[in-house]
Design a protein around this ligand. Structure first.
Ligand code: ATP
Length: 323
C-alpha cells in the first residue's frame, strides 16, 4: 500500500482533527504517503487532494472542528458523482481511503468500494454517539462536557428564581447526550426518544416535586424526543403549572465546538492508527471502533443499519437519582 487518502464528511465533531493527524502520522510511520482530501466527498469529486507530511498536521490535536473541512455533497449520492470521485482517487494513486464521519458518510464509502473496488475504512466521528459498532464516537465526550457545563450555568439562574428550565440538547434520534448530561448535571427529569410516555412522566414528576417543595427544576430534553418541539412542550407545562416561570433553552451548535477532551483525543488517535493498520492488513468495507476498551471492526453495512441501545441500567440510575 503506497498511498492512503483521508477525508472528513457530514457533521463536524471535536476530535476530527486528532483523527486526521493520527491517520497521517500512521501513514508516515508505515512508509505510506498520506493524501489529505479537502471538503469531504466534494473535494474528491473536484480533485481537491494534497499530499501531506507529519508537519502538515502539527498543532491541530487540540483544535475543534476539522481543518480539512467537511461538506455535504449531493453529487456523491449519484453513481456518476462516485465514478468521478473514483477517477480522481485512481489518478492520485490512492490504494485506500479513510472516511471520518457518520452513517451517511459510511454509506458513501460502502458504495464507492462496491462500485469501483476502492478499499475504504470508516472512523466514527459524530457527537451523537449513534453509530453501531463502537461504545463511543469521536466528539461525543466533548459535546457531553459542553452540555454539562452549560446546564450547570443555567442551574445557577434557575435556583435564583422560581424557574423551570427545559433545555434541549443534541443527539438526533439518540438520547445518549440527554441521558448522560442530564444525570451529570443533576436534572430533575430527562426526556429521550428511546423512552415512551416521557411527557406524562414529566407532568407527574413536576406535580410531585411541587408537593416536595421544589421551586426550580432543570429538565433535559433530547432533540430527537417526539413531543412536537421543546417550545411546544414549554407552553404545555406552563399551562399545567402556572406557578412556574418556564424558560426554554436550545443549546444548539455550541455542543459541536470547542477543544476536544482528553478522551476524544485519545479515542481519535487510537482509531486513526487502527484505520491505517486495518487497510494495510487488507481489510476494507469496515468501520473501526472501540468495544470494552478494545479496538474492533464492524462491517459498514452493519454500522449503518443497526443502533446502539440505551443502557437499561443507566436509565434506572437516572430514575433513582432524579427523585
Ligand atoms: P452526521 O451523522 O454528523 O450527520 P453523516 O456522515 O451521517 O454525519 P450525511 O450528511 O448524512 O452526514 O452524509 C455525508 C455525506 O455522505 C453526504 O453529503 C453525501 O455526500 C454522502 N452520503 C450520504 N448518504 C449517502 C448515500 N445514500 N449514498 C451516497 N453517498 C451518501
Amino acid at each position: 500500500m503506497k498511498k492512503i487518502g483521508v477525508l472528513t464528511s457530514g457533521g463536524d465533531a471535536p476530535g476530527m482533527n486528532a483523527a486526521i493527524r493520527s491517520v497521517v502520522r500512521s501513514c508516515i510511520y508505515y512508509g505510506v504517503q498520506p493524501v489529505a482530501i479537502h471538503e469531504g466527498y466534494k473535494g474528491l469529486i473536484e480533485n481537491n487532494l494534497e499530499e501531506v507530511n507529519a508537519r502538515s498536521v502539527a498543532n491541530i490535536i487540540n483544535q475543534g472542528g476539522t481543518f480539512l473541512k467537511s461538506a455535504r455533497c449531493a453529487e456523491f449520492r449519484t453513481p456518476e458523482g462516485r465514478a468521478k470521485a473514483f477517477e480522481n482517487a485512481k489518478a492520485a494513486g490512492l490504494d485506500g481511503l479513510v472516511v471520518i464521519g457518520g452513517d451517511g458518510s459510511f454509506t458513501g464509502a460502502m458504495l464507492i468500494e462496491k462500485e469501483h473496488g476502492l478499499p475504504c475504512i470508516g472512523v466514527p466521528g459524530t457527537i451523537d454517539n449513534d453509530i453501531f459498532g463502537t461504545d463511543f464516537t469521536i466528539g461525543y465526550d466533548t459535546a457531553l462536557n459542553t452540555a454539562v457545563e452549560a446546564i450547570d450555568k443555567i442551574r445557577d439562574t434557575a435556583t435564583s428564581h422560581n424557574r423551570l428550565f427545559l433545555i434541549e440538547v443534541m443527539g438526533r434520534d439518540a438520547g445518549f447526550i440527554a441521558l448522560n448530561s442530564g444525570i451529570a448535571a443533576g436534572a430533575e427529569e430527562i426526556l429521550i426518544p428511546e423512552e415512551d410516555h416521557s411527557v406524562e412522566k414529566l407532568m407527574d414528576s413536576l406535580e410531585n416535586s411541587g408537593r416536595a417543595g421544589k421551586t426550580s427544576s432543570i429538565v433535559v430534553v433530547s432533540e430527537g424526543e417526539k413531543i412536537g418541539g421543546v417550545v411546544e412542550l414549554g407552553r404545555a407545562v406552563e399551562e399545567s403549572f402556572p406557578e412556574y416561570e418556564v424558560k426554554v433553552t436550545v443549546l444548539g451548535h455550541i455542543q459541536r465546538g470547542g477543544k476536544p477532551t482528553c478522551s476524544d483525543r485519545v479515542l481519535a488517535s487510537r482509531l486513526g492508527v487502527a484505520a491505517v493498520e486495518k487497510l494495510r492488513e487488507g481489510l476494507s468495507g469496515v468501520m473501526v471502533g472501540v468495544r470494552d476498551q478494545k479496538i474492533v471492526t464492524t462491517p459498514l453495512e452493519e454500522a449503518i443499519s443497526k443502533h446502539n441501545a440505551i443502557d437499561d441500567a443507566l436509565l434506572r440510575v437516572a430514575d433513582i437519582v432524579t427523585v
